[in-house]
Design a protein around this ligand. Structure first.
Ligand SMILES: Cc1ncc(COP(=O)(O)O)c(C=O)c1O
Length: 397
C-alpha cells in the first residue's frame, strides 16, 4: 500500500498534492491526523540520550519536529521539487530564519528594493543592527545587479513578482551573477506560489513562502516555509530553528496540509479570475497605471511569460485622483473586502501606502512605485461577473 517517500517524487503534481508524505497512525485514518503534542516519551533513559545525540532518528520535542508538521514539510518539498523543507510559524519567520541562519556580522546582503514592508525592515534595519551590510538594487535593472554583484556577496534576497508593484526579476540571470559573487540566493516566491514559478530550476538556493497566503488560501491561519538542499537545512536552518523556536503549530500545519490538496485548483482559478478582471479594468477610465503580469502592457510581460505559467492572483493599479480616489474606491466596494491579506478565496483590496508599506519613507515608496493612488487587489474565487461588476461600480465616480 505505502509508497516510499523518494518514489513519490515521480508522482504527478496532483497526486503529490493530495497524497504526498501521508503517514498513517496505528488507527489507519483516511485523513491525516493532528498530533497536538509538545513532547514525546522514551522507553528508556538510554533511548532519550541516544535521541539527543542524534544517534537515533525520532521525534524529541515539537519545537524541533512534529509528525503533522513533518507531513506538511515533506509534501511541500515534493510539490516544490526541493530536497528538504522546514515549516515556520509565519512567512516572516521563514524569511528571517532563511537569512539569519546563513549570514554573520561583517557579511554582505544584496536585495531588491521592491519588497514587502516587513521583508524590507529585515534587510534595511534588522540585519544591519547585527553587522550585516545590505545593498539595495532596482530589481528589474540587471545592470544594477551586475554592479552590486561585481564584488563578493554572501546572500541575495528577492521577491518576484514583488509586493505590491508586481515587478519581475530575471531570477536565472540574478542567480548566475550571485553565484559568481559567492552569494546564496533566497527567493520569496509568495506571489508566484509553488504552482506558477519554480525558482530552483533557475538556480535559486533557498525558496521561502508565507503559507498564510495561497497555501492556506482561506484566511484561517499563519504559516511559513523554507525549502532548500538537505545540507542547508541540516547544517544551517535546523540548529537555528531548534534553538530560536519559530516553529509551526501542529494544528496550523494540518490546516496547511489540507490547503495543499487543493492548491493547484485554487491557484488556476485565481489566475483565470485575475486575468479576466484585469482585462475588464483595461477599459476603465481614471486608472493611470494597471499592472498584471499576464497583460501585454506589463513592462516585463515577456519575462513573466518566460518564468511563470500564469499571472498570479494580484492586480495592482494607480488611480488618477491619488489617496482620495483610492480610499473612495475601497469604500465603495460591496463584495471585495478591504484587507491587507492576499491569496485568499475572498477578494481583498488594500492601500499599500497607508497599510503594508506605511513604514517606508515617501521617497522609498515613490522609488518602488507605491504612490498615494496605488491599490493592490488580491483576486479571489468568487464569480467573475460579480467581481467585474463590483470593481467597475467602485471605479465609477
Ligand atoms: C511577499 C511576502 N513575503 C512574506 C510575507 C509575510 O508572510 P506572513 O504574513 O505569513 O508572515 C508576505 C505577507 O504579506 C508577503 O506578501
Amino acid at each position: 500500500m505505502t509508497t516510499d517517500y523518494q518514489d513519490q517524487r515521480k508522482w504527478g503534481l496532483e497526486t503529490r498534492m493530495v497524497r504526498g508524505a501521508t503517514e498513517r497512525s496505528q488507527f489507519d485514518e483516511t485523513n491525516e491526523a493532528i498530533f497536538l503534542s509538545s513532547g514525546y516519551v522514551y522507553k528508556t533513559a538510554e533511548e532519550a540520550e541516544k535521541s539527543f545525540k542524534n544517534e537515533i532518528e525520532r521525534y524529541v520535542y515539537s519545537r524541533f519536529r512534529n509528525p503533522t508538521v513533518s507531513m506538511f514539510e515533506k509534501r511541500l518539498a515534493l510539490i516544490e521539487g526541493a530536497e528538504e523543507c522546514r515549516a515556520m510559524a509565519s512567512g516572516m519567520a521563514a524569511v528571517f530564519a532563511a537569512l539569519a541562519c546563513h549570514l554573520s556580522a561583517g557579511q554582505r546582503l544584496v536585495a531588491s528594493r521592491a519588497l514587502f514592508g516587513s521583508c524590507q525592515y529585515i534587510c534595511a534595519e534588522l540585519l544591519p543592527r547585527f553587522g550585516i551590510k545590505t545593498d539595495f538594487v532596482d530589481g528589474a535593472d540587471l545592470k544594477q545587479w551586475q554592479a552590486a554583484l561585481s564584488k563578493p556577496a554572501d546572500a541575495v534576497f528577492l521577491e518576484s513578482p514583488s509586493n505590491p508593484g508586481l515587478e519581475m526579476i530575471d531570477v536565472k540571470a540574478v542567480c548566475d551573477l550571485a553565484h559568481k559573487a559567492g552569494a546564496l540566493v533566497v527567493v520569496d516566491n509568495v506571489f508566484a506560489t509553488p504552482i506558477l514559478q519554480k525558482p530552483f530550476t533557475f538556480g535559486a538556493d533557498v525558496v521561502v513562502y508565507s503559507a498564510t497566503k495561497h497555501i492556506d488560501g482561506q484566511g484561517r491561519c499563519l504559516g511559513g516555509a523554507v525549502l532548500a538542499s538537505k545540507q542547508f537545512i541540516t547544517e544551517k536552518l535546523t540548529p537555528f530553528m531548534r534553538h530560536t523556536g519559530p516553529s509551526l503549530s501542529p494544528f496550523n500545519a494540518w490546516v496547511l496540509l489540507k490547503g495543499l490538496e487543493t492548491l493547484d485548483l485554487r491557484v488556476q482559478r485565481h489566475c483565470e479570475n485575475a486575468l479576466a478582471l484585469a482585462r475588464a479594468m483595461e477599459k476603465q477610465e481614471g486608472i493611470t497605471r494597471l499592472l498584471y503580469p499576464w497583460l501585454e502592457s506589463h513592462p516585463q510581460h515577456k519575462l513573466a511569460k518566460a518564468q511563470m505559467t500564469a499571472g498570479g492572483s494580484v492586480i495592482a493599479f494607480e488611480l488618477a485622483g491619488g489617496k482620495a480616489a483610492a480610499f473612495s474606491f475601497l469604500n465603495k466596494l460591496k463584495i471585495v473586502d478591504i484587507s491587507n491579506n492576499l491569496g485568499d478565496a475572498k477578494s481583498l483590496a488594500c492601500h499599500p501606502a497607508t497599510t503594508t508599506h506605511q513604514r517606508l519613507s515617501p521617497e522609498d515608496r515613490a522609488h518602488v512605485g507605491i504612490t498615494d493612488g496605488f491599490v493592490r487587489l488580491s483576486v479571489g474565487l468568487e464569480n467573475i461577473g460579480d467581481l467585474i461588476a463590483d470593481v467597475t461600480q467602485a471605479l465609477r465616480d
